[in-house]
Write a protein of this length. Structure first.
Length: 88
């Protein structure tokens, strides 16, 4: 059974924000390697996201960055690349 957790999504969003903060402190970044925010309790996949896509996604607390194939049936895909999807 596929289990989802909003707490897992919130935790991984915080981890991803910290990863970006550390990356930016080292200099401008074109992209970030982050943890998938799909909500699956078993998922720890990585997603590579352009910096501008990440910045746009985190401004809205209802958008998440997920790995390809991790979009849930009730989510709407707002944008995607070969290594990520932005969902709401």
């Amino acid at each position: 059974m596929f289990r989802t957790s909003s707490r897992k999504r919130a935790l991984f969003r915080q981890v991803n924000e910290r990863i970006c903060d550390v990356s930016v402190s080292a200099g401008p970044a074109e992209s970030y390697e982050l943890i998938c925010e799909c909500g699956s309790t078993e998922c720890t996949e990585r997603v590579v996201v352009p910096a501008d896509v990440y910045d746009g996604a985190v401004r809205n607390g209802r958008r998440y960055l997920v790995a390809p194939g991790h979009v849930l049936p009730w989510e709407t895909v707002l944008g995607k690349g070969s290594t990520y999807a932005v969902v709401a």
